[in-house]
Design a protein around this ligand. Structure first.
Ligand SMILES: [Zn+2]
Ligand SMILES: [Zn+2]
Length: 380
């Protein structure tokens, strides 16, 4: 339900035109470890260069959980969600997108003017102030913080136009939502960051939504073998369905098992999709001399990774991170959406189930227990 507030009275005694704040239902965290609740929140009318998007589907990503459980420092009250698709419902003054345009939300909108944007690295845009500014307020009048500047587990968001990417109409919404985080990140990590090529060997550590997206991108890149690694045996079937050639449990035999499948060398590329020092170290040990580790998981500030100085030199390995798949969402989301439209990209395996906004807290419990791939909230 999306209720428009009574229009404010203008100074002249008349009634303000069309644009006014609206009240929507949203999934809100009030503090670290606090119970998640659906609350009614007030969103401002879109200002110049902004749009209001009615959300159709939003995935629950591990980074949302990290905001709630204290892994990532967050400000509260916080609307969760940053991986979503919806439809432009209202455009602020001077906006260019027509109402009704289907879009995917982009949590790293690029300014296109800073040093990084100008040298073609928009995922590292230096204009990072926007996501930290509160927008809207709770019913009891507190400024509202938004996960990664979006707060997409809600009936609607009000965001800069640069934070939406138009997509074709008619795509399955529960799959289109994933283009905004897990899939763009996974596909980009494999193609843009690591540059995996056909015939290279790959290991993927951590099989949440992003890890599974990495597996399927590695398969499309022609990698072989593709070794999927997780602590939960329950991920085996999902991993194979997503594109893994082998599933390996993360235990003390892991390094040996990987070497047994790579002529004793280790893999060309490992992807760490957890964001923990222990799994970064584990993934590091799976790579061959001269291979590369790409860290995709977002970890905690004080979780220190220790590597031997001689090991770093002698192994000649590369350690790097992939922020948002080193991608330009304005270019790459439409390409992925086109794949969904023509059937060359099927993300069905990544969607473990859909649920209503009221059921969203359940998705966080399942994520915390490591169950399934992506749980997606759908809204009518
Ligand atoms: Zn995410
Ligand atoms: Zn920039």
């Amino acid at each position: 339900m999306t209720g428009r507030e009574p229009a404010a009275t203008a100074p002249g005694g008349g009634v303000e035109p069309a644009s006014a704040p609206i009240v929507v239902r949203a999934l809100v965290a009030r503090g670290t470890g606090a119970e998640l609740r659906i609350e009614r929140v007030r969103l401002p009318a879109p200002g110049p260069g902004e749009v209001r998007v009615t959300i159709r589907a939003a995935g629950v990503c591990h980074s949302d959980l990290s905001m709630v459980n204290g892994t990532i420092a967050a400000r509260f009250p916080l609307v969760l969600g940053h991986e979503a698709t919806g439809v432009v419902a209202e455009v602020g003054p001077g906006g260019r997108l027509p109402v009704g345009t289907p879009v995917v939300l982009n949590w790293a909108p690029a300014c296109r003017a800073c040093w990084w944007c100008r040298r073609g690295e928009p995922w590292l845009c230096a204009d990072t102030t926007a996501p930290t500014v509160p927008r809207g307020e709770t019913e009891d009048g507190l400024p509202l913080h938004l996960t990664l500047g979006l707060g997409a587990l809600a009936e609607a968001v009000v965001v800069p136009e640069s934070a939406v990417v138009p997509i074709p109409a008619g795509l399955p919404v529960e799959q289109a939502a994933l283009l905004g985080c897990a899939v763009l990140t996974g596909v980009g990590a494999v193609g843009n960051t690591a540059g995996v090529t056909a015939g290279q060997s790959v290991a993927v550590v951590g099989l949440g939504g992003v890890g599974l997206a990495v597996l399927s991108a590695a398969r499309r890149a022609g990698a072989s073998p593709i070794l999927a690694v997780d602590v939960a045996e329950a991920k085996r079937d999902l991993a194979i369905a997503a594109g893994a050639t082998d599933f390996l449990l993360s235990d003390d035999r892991l390094s040996k098992e990987v070497r047994a499948r790579t002529e004793g060398r280790g893999v060309d590329h490992a992807f760490e999709c957890v964001g923990r020092a222990a799994t970064i170290r584990a993934a590091w040990r799976l790579i061959r001399r001269g291979g590369a580790l790409t860290v995709v998981g977002m970890g905690a500030k004080d979780d220190m990774v220790s590597l031997g100085a001689l090991d770093i030199f002698h192994s000649a390995r590369t350690l790097r991170s992939s922020v948002y798949g080193s991608s330009d969402p304005d270019r790459e989301v439409p390409a992925l959406a086109a794949g969904l439209a023509d059937g060359t990209l099927d993300l069905g395996v990544l969607v473990s189930g859909t649920m209503s906004l009221d059921e969203a807290p359940v998705a966080f419990d399942r994520l915390a227990r490591g169950e399934g791939a992506r749980w997606v909230v759908t809204l009518d």
